[in-house]
Design a protein around this ligand. Structure first.
Ligand code: SF4
Length: 362
């Protein structure tokens, strides 16, 4: 089939076969991807709104028992540079976030070998008791590590955390959901384990996001397989609220010695559009201005994205690997307006907000 015929098939809302996707991905010019992705974004979000969130990444600990070749954040247990934040430090960070109009925190850490489940429960319940704030915490590798460490099922761990105040789960640690790629790049969890955490979370009513980090030396087939695993799980659970692709940031990482170059802006935009089209069952697509810069972020709003992500008051994981872009709330709002959209602040679960949350008295 020609690219024009494949584009028509997509425009009619028909699913392509795996072979047809591969052909489309390999051969379609950017414009042939951009146009249908933009049309699908318009169909799914006819109100022309582009959302964003004001939050910060609180990384409660950088101590990690896993080894990921793309990570410049972690320190091995026993390292003098390892840390665990005190509850007081975390409370201060939350208070600063609320003062800046933030609605939530994204809390993630390394896979700590010693912190008990009660530490996480206490932290969540104390945050909920003190503040009116959305808790978007613990990506699948952390949840999977908890199951191993505490000898509990995924469901039992998630129920305990949910009861303590967990509102939603970030889609980190997905990278490329193909074990042949994961075996070369990470020891944290395999494809099935990542998906099992997400499926269980969705079953328990915890919304999650999903991500893809590409540029790890994977093939185009691997990327399509990644999208397909997410698509199939979403058909089953409908629990992914958003998909966020970004590219490997290689600075100060082991993999960066082999793959020092970043993927181009054009390649990023192509895959943003392909993700919008492939994941037509996921409501929101976020463009990663943090890794691509705000100019590409703005272009992404015409390639299928309807969300500009977070202003990232604090970010400690991707920044050490070379993502040095910064944005304020005003910059994200103006960027949306300049591209012809209406900016709207949201929560981490993509529920739109009218105003800032208030600080509760502790
Ligand atoms: S990406 Fe996460 S799991 Fe991997 S080494 Fe870094 S902190 Fe640990």
């Amino acid at each position: 089939m020609s690219i024009v015929e494949l584009s028509r098939k997509i425009a009619r809302g028909e699913r392509l076969t795996r072979q047809e996707w591969l052909q489309f991905v390999e051969e379609a010019p950017l414009e042939a991807i951009r146009q249908p992705a933009d049309a699908l974004r318009q169909r799914l979000h006819p109100d022309n709104i582009v959302t964003y969130v004001v939050d910060r990444n609180i990384n409660y600990s950088n101590i990690c028992t896993a080894v990921c070749t793309f990570c410049a954040f972690y320190r091995k247990p026993g390292s003098p540079e390892g840390y665990v934040l005190s509850f007081e430090d975390i409370f201060k960070k939350v208070e600063e976030t609320i003062e800046l109009g933030g609605s939530g925190v994204l809390m993630q850490g390394g896979l700590h070998p010693d912190l008990p489940l009660e530490w996480y429960e206490e932290l969540l319940s104390e945050l909920k008791r003190r503040y009116s704030i959305h808790l978007h915490c613990f990506s699948p590798p952390e949840i999977y590590a908890f199951t191993r460490l505490f000898g509990m099922s995924t469901e039992a761990v998630l129920r305990r955390l949910q009861k303590a105040g967990l509102d939603s789960i970030p889609g980190g640690g997905g990278e490329i959901l193909v074990d042949e790629v994961r075996k070369r790049t990470t020891t944290k969890c395999n494809t099935e384990q990542w998906l099992e955490v997400m499926e269980t979370a969705h079953r328990l009513g915890l919304p999650t996001t999903a991500t893809m980090m590409f540029g790890l030396g994977e093939t185009v087939e691997n990327r399509v397989e990644h999208l397909d695993r997410l698509y199939r799980l979403q058909q089953k659970t409908n629990g992914f609220v958003a998909f966020i692709p970004w590219t490997l940031q290689p600075d100060n990482t082991k993999i960066g010695r082999k793959i020092p170059d970043r993927r181009s802006a054009e390649e990023y935009l192509r895959w943003l559009g392909i993700a919008r089209l492939y994941l037509d069952n996921v409501p929101n697509i976020q463009v990663s201005w943090l890794t691509q810069g705000i100019d590409v972020g703005r272009q992404g709003l015409h390639c299928g994205a309807n969300d500009l992500g977070s202003i990232m008051i604090e970010e400690n994981v991707i920044s050490p690997a070379g993502a040095h872009h910064r944005a304020t709330e005003e910059l994200l709002r103006n960027s949306s307006r300049l591209e012809g959209f209406i900016p709207c602040k949201r929560k981490a679960n993509y529920v739109r907000l009218e105003g800032a949350v208030s600080l509760r008295v502790s």
